[in-house]
Design a protein around this ligand. Structure first.
Ligand SMILES: [Zn+2]
Length: 151
């Protein structure tokens, strides 16, 4: 059995705020996030399969991660539901992509949310190996399945 890791990179624009933070991050601001998704599995051995030699077609990995994460978070303003204004006018176009979440939207909590979204939808024969979420050129968080064996 030969296991191979396969990674695809994504970019998306997202704004957030960290209420209560003791610095500038308490204000609404944005980042160009980079998400690296690494799956692990065995390449298809069936010579007659269109996916012969692949763990997952890169184009399938791309559309799968877009559906699981990127489509919702790209160009969204992500706010902790607990601290978000209660009277957002959702009919106003500028608030249509406000996403309320049940956590403080730090890089750490976002990557945990992304890991759950991806693992829920990943085909059974594949495993999520790890994620890297880059918030700035010099800052990123990583999630590895091996660090979290109980999930
Ligand atoms: Zn930030």
């Amino acid at each position: 059995m030969t296991l191979i890791r396969l990674t695809k990179a994504f970019n998306f624009e997202m704004a957030h705020a960290l209420p209560g933070h003791d610095g500038l991050c308490k204000h609404i601001h944005g980042h160009t996030y980079e998400l690296f998704v690494t799956i692990i599995g065995e390449p298809v051995q069936d010579k007659f399969s269109p996916k012969y030699g692949m763990i997952m077609d890169f184009k399938d990995l791309k559309s799968f991660v877009r559906e699981a994460v990127i489509n919702d978070f790209d160009h969204a303003l992500v706010l902790n539901r607990e601290f978000a204004p209660k009277n957002l006018d959702r009919k106003n176009d500028i608030f249509k992509r406000v996403m309320l979440v049940d956590y403080q939207p730090t890089t750490e909590n976002l990557i945990l949310d992304f890991s759950e979204r991806i693992r829920k939808r990943l085909p059974g024969h594949l495993k999520l190996y790890g994620l890297r979420l880059r918030e700035t050129l010099t800052s990123y968080a990583e999630w590895y399945a091996s660090d979290n064996p109980d999930v």
